[in-house]
Design a protein around this ligand. Sequence first.
Ligand code: TRP
Length: 371
Amino acid sequence: MSDAATDAGEELAQSTSDASLTRSVERSREIRAQIEKDPTGFRVMTGDRPTGNLHIGHLLGSLQNRLEVQQLGVETFILIADYQVITDRDGVGPIRERVYSMMADYLALGLDPVTTTIFTHSSVPALNQLMLPFLSLVTDAELRRNPTVKAELDDTGDRPMSGLLLTYPVHQAADILFCKANLVPVGKDQLPHLEQARVIARRFDERYGRAVPDQPVFRAPDALLAEGGAVILGMDGAKMSKSRGNVIELGMTADETAKVIKKAVTDSDRHITYDPVNRPEVSNLVNLAALFLKRDPYAVAEQLGDAGGGGLKKLVTEAVNEGLAGHRARRAELVAHPEHLQQILHDGNDRANAVADATLAEVRTAMKMVY
Ligand code: TRP
């Protein structure tokens, strides 16, 4: 292995260490301040795997962040990562329904298809072709060290590692680099992938050179981490996931929402407090109400006083249903016009293809594969 590869392997392993996380958080703050001054130097790219419908964890963890960035005037690319669905499972599931369900949520949220390009992996061949030169720039040892890939493999039980699961961080680097994004709003589990994308951008320049002098083909992207706040857990206190049935989907009805919250885990102490360390389930519910009511969680707990689990759930149900009512009405309207959603996706795919074709042309020029 070359020295460069060894260094990068270490960078990848370190990208989740505490010190490095603190650096990423600080860097995200600096970038936020820069965007507010001048958004024009930034291009944002991010995406979701269409393995299920979007839920309130997505809303509070990433979707609101995207909307904020859009409102500050930053050009954004949003990928519905359909090829990433099959990294850790056998089939794609009801993929078409899920893709359009995601589109409906994005648009209901207020993402503007004029300034935000929404597209799907499988519709953009040139993006996927970047995978070939990129794979030549990584070693299997550094891929095997990626902590997020390891965690995802563990989550699948005894499933053997597929070639796609092992290499999906490289595919994700193609997602980010094809449109030369320099900013990627993600959660901290995605930091190793961001580091991998930076390594690939740098190695491409070192090994294959440039299409024009003085200008590397790819620029190194930064993560934009969501600001503080507790992670939203599912109604049983575990990670929110559809397979656990603990999820509040954005598209659920008010009744379905009430049913899921009714099943939520609480404890036998009727006095409600906000104490995430000692009472994680109760505090998660208090936090949810607080986020939807835009209030401080300690104040919400105090107001509830001795209301017990029942009173807490009643407040959460009202807060979530009222908070999502507008979104759900807009969503229903969008879902009623599938041809409109389809047109928006096709336009996004056309735009993504134009950008990907131009980038691939530069890659071929840099690699002298112009015949
Ligand atoms: N892996 C991301 C997730 O599971 C989704 C994703 C795919 C993504 N491609 C991306 C995120 C590119 C940011 C940039 O959430």
